[in-house]
Design a protein around this ligand. Structure first.
Ligand code: UDP
Length: 481
């Protein structure tokens, strides 16, 4: 074994679903003696510093460096430096332009700190060139599943959506390990738009650069474990030649501090303590979802008519001002004792791991899917946009631990993704129907496999050390040149 210890920069896109797993990844590397520096913009630095406190107390080599987000230069208000703040196409484009401008300060930091490797987000495509400029490898962290990469690459290669007449006509993915049916409406626009249409906007430009930047980088780190999607780890490697290391689930491997929830953690857990095992549905749509009041009404009606107890996290409604319009009349009164509404941020992982929780209604963001799997829960799938429709298929058609609530259109703002009756029916299927027991057993089995994967000698543990060993060898060779 060579002596050289790699020093790694970790740079996530500024969005909760990207920052949280990247922080966990940096903590994992540092807990195993690899020096790690997290890069973020000023607004997020305090949160980053707080979440690494425990690692620092344990003496792990980890630090945070903040760079300035050029909000004013791109026409955004000061402090607008997170994808979570984006509500319109205009702010999405301005935010993307600002992200592209982070290249210079990032390269200044690389020049100053001289890391041996840059692990950066899929949505920071220019980092492949930045790393190349300094002769270091860039590893891409795409934050999603191997299955998602397989579907996306398959769609890019075969364009199966071209065979159907309308956006709601179904088609199957050709030459694919499982039979996966999709419609054009479920695919993210960026995968369908022809290249020449893409680069009209700053967001389009960013998306357009992603493929080349991934193809040109050293490899991909995946927050998943081999046993969960082995067919797709193999498929990506054999069909598309993707070099990948599946080293997750990351959150299982570190003693993490969660982001500060907007509900008292203990109140929430006490509420769950008073419930029977497997009797509560946890409902959460991640950090980026935007609903109209009409959509919130549908969800409320569906939850009520399912008859199940629930915790529902309501984060964002585009009718922000009129809170009285969010729920049907007297809904909050009627559900007292049966349902708990968390407005803001919930301690999701703690809730999912509580034995009173029996199922998870999820938007299928990859972190949520993994957290559901690791908690051994069957899921109701309500995808909204981006890769979420693909993750849904992994749950419903491959792993068979999910029931679809029937969402049909990939859209940033959700007005009619979920209908009350379909939601109630799907909840019944995962909570009370006969198949619920089978699904729960399968989910529990996967949860056991996840824990094994990260233990000493498990697949993710071995993949982690294989990667470190490669980086060590790479660094040693570089220093000898
Ligand atoms: N999360 C949380 N509390 C909330 C909402 C989300 O802790 O109220 C966490 C959740 O546990 C997950 C992440 O935020 O780790 C969301 O990531 P995901 O990939 O599921 O979805 P995204 O927010 O990126 O759409």
């Amino acid at each position: 074994m060579s002596e050289h210890q790699p020093y790694i920069f970790f740079f996530p896109l500024m969005a909760q679903g990207h920052m949280l797993p990247t922080i966990n990844m940096a903590k994992l590397f540092s807990s195993r003696g690899i020096k790690a520096t997290l890069i973020t913009t000023h607004r997020h630095a305090a949160m980053f510093n707080k979440t690494i406190e425990k690692s620092l107390r344990s003496g792990f080599p980890i630090s945070v460096r903040a760079i300035r987000f050029p909000a004013a230069e791109v026409g955004l208000p000061e402090g607008f430096e997170s994808l979570d703040d984006v509500t319109t196409e205009d702010t999405l484009n301005k935010f993307s332009a600002g992200v592209a401008m982070l290249r210079e300060p990032t390269e200044e930091l690389i020049r100053e700190c001289r890391p041996d490797c840059l692990v950066s987000d899929l949505f920071l495509p220019w980092t492949t060139d930045s790393a190349a400029k300094f002769g270091i490898p860039r590893l891409c962290f795409h934050g999603s599943s191997s299955f998602n990469s397989s579907v996306a690459e398959n769609i890019k290669r075969y364009k199966p959506y071209k065979e159907v007449a309308s956006e709601s006509d179904p088609f199957f993915l050709p030459d694919f390990p499982h039979q996966i049916k999709l419609t054009r409406a479920q695919i993210p626009e960026s995968l369908i738009k022809e290249d020449q249409d893409q680069h009209q906007t700053d967001f389009g430009k960013m998306i357009q650069k992603i493929s080349d930047s991934v193809a040109g980088c050293y490899g991909v780190i995946v927050n998943s474990f081999y046993e969960l999607e082995s067919d797709y780890v193999n498929y990506n490697k054999e069909t598309f030649g993707i070099r990948a290391w599946n080293i997750g689930p990351l959150f299982l491997q570190i003693d993490g501090e969660e982001s500060e929830p907007s509900i008292d953690k203990h109140d929430c857990l006490k509420w769950l303590d008073s419930r029977e095992t497997n009797s509560v549905v946890f409902v959460c749509f991640g950090s980026l979802s935007h609903f109209t009041a009409a959509q919130l009404h549908e969800i409320a009606k569906g939850l009520e008519s399912s008859g199940q107890d629930f915790i529902w996290v309501v984060r964002k409604c585009i009718d922000e001002e009129n809170r009285e319009k969010w729920f049907p009349e007297n809904f909050e009164e009627r559900i007292k004792g049966k349902g708990l509404i968390v407005t803001g941020w919930a301690p999701q992982v703690l809730i999912l791991q509580h034995e009173a929780v029996g199922a998870f209604v999820t938007h299928c963001g990859w972190n949520s899917v993994l957290e559901g799997v690791c908690s051994g829960l069957p899921m109701v799938t309500c995808p909204l946009f981006a890769d979420q429709f693909f993750n849904e298929k992994l749950l419903t058609d491959v792993l068979k631990i999910g029931v679809s609530a029937g969402a049909h259109k990939n859209s940033w703002i959700s007005s009619d993704a979920v209908k009350d009756e379909a939601l109630a029916k799907a909840i019944e299927k995962v909570m009370v129907d006969e198949e619920a027991v089978e699904m729960r057993n399968r989910a529990k089995e996967l949860s056991g496999l996840a824990k094994k994967a990260v233990e000493n000698g498990g697949s993710s543990y071995l993949a982690f050390w294989a990667l470190v060993e490669e980086l060590r060898a790479y660094g040693t060779t570089r220093k000898q040149e």
